[in-house]
Design a protein around this ligand. Structure first.
Ligand code: T5A
Length: 212
């Protein structure tokens, strides 16, 4: 995509992996390196996207069709890209996004079983050539993540899924990492927070050094 000056960084992982907890430190590392940072999230990030997030995560539409879920994710993403992400990247701001299209491959592709080729078509249509420059996947055993998330709040629509769903989500994330070793870095998120953050600092340090 033309005229992109900033870098696009995404953070992914299963439920309760520690994304929200660690986004702050990533933002600080980028800012200390002199880069203006826009922090945002998916689904969400815009007024329309946040309303779609409520529809997707709430229990009002339990049992919604898998295809409806997929299209709502990309509907919110199209708005997010057009109103927030692309304008920021064009002006040289670095965008740090809590989940993006890898989550669609993991949850709607892996978890729901939608053919990834369909997701690819939507990805190309909505994003054109825009892809993250760096993705951190916070990986941990499903039980640990769900227990952490459960301590924090009542389960949302996704967190209420069965173990097998999360197993497929995790496997898909690890496949994405295997197939995109340059872009995607896996962090062992099962470790104590200080050790998780030390892995994150190493990955960010290497990325920043490569950007000079
Ligand atoms: N989704 C999203 C799709 O299906 N398709 C898509 O395309 C997209 C974009 C979004 C949901 O939407 C789905 C996936 C998701 O189900 P979300 O809120 O973004 O929901 O995702 P969640 O995983 O639900 O986010 P959580 O807030 O539950 O998890 P986080 O942010 O990964 O975890 P965090 O930081 O809140 O930590 C959870 C708890 O663990 C503790 C924290 O203090 C906190 O209490 N913790 C640790 N404890 C011990 N050791 C550590 N190392 C710890 N790190 C954190």
């Amino acid at each position: 995509m033309n005229e992109i000056k900033g870098k696009f960084i995404t953070v992914e992982g299963g439920e309760g992996a520690g994304k929200s907890t660690n986004l702050d430190i990533i933002k600080q590392l980028l800012e200390r390196a002199g880069h203006p940072v826009l922090y945002t999230r998916e689904p969400g990030g815009t007024p329309l996207g946040e309303e779609v997030r409520d529809l997707l995560l709430g229990h009002k539409h339990d049992g919604m069709a898998d295809e409806a879920e997929l299209l709502l994710m990309f509907g919110a993403r199209a708005e997010h890209l057009s109103r927030k992400i692309i304008p920021a990247l064009r002006e040289g701001t670095w965008v740090l996004c809590d989940r993006f299209t890898d989550a669609t491959y993991a949850y709607q592709g892996g978890g729901r079983g939608i053919d990834p080729k369909r997701i690819q078509i939507l990805e190309q249509w909505v994003q054109q050539d825009l892809r993250p420059d760096l993705t951190l996947i916070l990986d941990l055993p499903i039980e640990v993540g769900l227990e952490r998330a459960g301590k924090r709040s009542a389960p949302d629509r996704f967190e209420s899924e069965a173990h097998n769903f999360f197993q497929k989500v995790r496997e898909t994330y690890l496949d994405i990492a295997k197939n995109n070793p340059k872009r995607v870095k896996v962090i062992d998120a099962s470790l104590p927070l200080t050790q998780v953050q030390s892995q994150i600092k190493t990955v960010m340090g290497n990325f920043l050094a490569a950007c000079i």
